[in-house]
Design a protein around this ligand. Structure first.
Ligand SMILES: *Cc1c(COP(=O)(O)O)cnc(C)c1O
Length: 373
């Protein structure tokens, strides 16, 4: 059997979070079982997408659901759906969209690296607001006959410059425009799965490979049936914009299973494990002279999910002899490879994707690095 070991691919201890670069999350056995079972027979992909969507919509008590090849694929499909609808002639033109209704209004403070998926599908962004503020009249004023929809990026909801989702939905709906919400990494808490559709968002996107712990290459789209049908028309397996965003039957069954498990999971027990792990690391690392450690919850924007405790470590370069970025790189060097993130002021330890016991390996690695110096 080919193994990571045989290939020389190193194991990572993931104290960073559900980063795509670090392979997202780990699937449960039940998810893998469902995938294996799914692999044993042929099915019609369209039927499977429709029926898995209906099943998930039923579980979540929302109007409609659709599995996609990731949240970013969902952004692209949403864009195609808003521009071309289920008009086959228009669908086939994408991503070329000159002359079509192809404008998407977005707050400047909501632009982010994932929104290229909108551009990829033929969307043109029309930005409103600035780094300090955005007004409702800017949204009203930007609407014209070429406007196809409004994008909203949940993480930026925390920025002062952002209008609230509620306000955006109210104005957009007054102009009959759909609101597409990127909530890819907004779990936990599990209530967020339905929060944004219940607020009236027309399409809400989640990653299947982050907290849901489905296949890494999967995503979940929730929203209005009529719009999701248009996404499906522009998506795999049809010859359309979404054709390269392929979804196998195993992935579809894997994510469906992962969502069902997620809804029945003891979220409190997960939180307790994260707290135990951060408490342990805090106790073991707090006396290191070069560290100033705070145990808490992120309050700054762009550190999601905010519901998980973190260690925020300030590193005294004078005492340690190197800075926090160098420490981060040393942690990632040689096995056991420990991956952590840094922000402007801290080295961050996030327990979200830690396996039980890995907190001990992390502490040892820190101590080994500091002792060596
Ligand atoms: C991870 C992420 C995405 C992309 O999700 P995939 O499922 O990896 O395609 C999009 N937007 C945000 C905010 C994300 O965090």
């Amino acid at each position: 059997m080919v193994t990571y070991n045989k290939l020389g691919v190193k194991k990572i201890i993931n104290a960073a979070g559900t980063y795509t670069k670090y392979s997202g999350s780990l699937m449960k056995e039940e998810v893998l079982d469902a995938m294996k079972k799914a692999s044993k027979q042929f099915v019609d992909i369209d039927e499977l997408l429709t029926k898995s969507g209906q099943y998930i919509a039923g579980l979540l008590d929302v109007e409609a659901a659709l599995i996609t090849a990731g949240a970013a694929a969902g952004l692209a499909l949403s864009t195609a759906a808003c521009i071309a609808g289920n008009n086959k002639y228009l669908s086939r033109q994408l991503p070329l969209s000159d002359g079509l209704k192809n404008e998407f209004i977005v707050m400047k403070s909501h632009r982010n690296p994932y929104d290229q998926a909108v551009i990829t599908a033929g969307g043109k962004f029309v930005e409103i607001g600035n780094a300090i503020e955005t007004f409702g009249w800017e949204l009203e004023g930007a609407v014209n006959e070429k406007t196809a929809g409004v994008f909203f990026f949940v993480q930026s909801d925390m920025f002062r410059a952002s209008l609230t989702l509620k306000k955006i939905i109210e104005i957009a709906h007054r102009h009959n425009l759909p609101v597409i919400v990127d909530a890819a990494a907004e779990l936990p808490p599990k209530e967020n799965l339905t929060k944004f559709v219940n607020q009236g968002a027309d399409i809400v996107l989640f990653s299947g490979g982050k907290d849901l712990r489905g296949p890494q290459s999967s995503g979940l789209m929730l929203g209005r049936q009529e719009l999701l049908d248009k996404c499906r028309a522009n998506g795999y397996p049809n010859h359309a914009l979404g054709r390269p965003m392929k979804l196998d039957k195993e992935t579809i069954m894997g994510l469906t299973t992962a969502i069902e498990l997620y809804l029945n999971e003891d979220q409190k027990a997960r939180m307790e494990q994260w707290e135990e792990q951060t408490d342990f690391m805090y106790e073991k690392l707090k006396n290191i002279e070069a560290f100033e450690i705070e145990l808490g919850y992120p309050d700054q924007p762009l550190t999601q999910p905010a519901s998980i405790p973190r260690l925020f470590i300030e590193v005294d370069e004078e005492i340690l002899g190197f800075n926090k970025e160098q420490l981060r790189d040393k942690l990632a060097q040689d096995e056991p490879v420990v991956i952590v993130e840094t922000d402007k002021n801290h080295l961050l330890i996030n327990p979200h994707m830690l396996q039980r016991g890995e907190e001990k390996i992390i502490v040892k690695k820190f101590k080994d690095i500091i002792k060596e110096e």
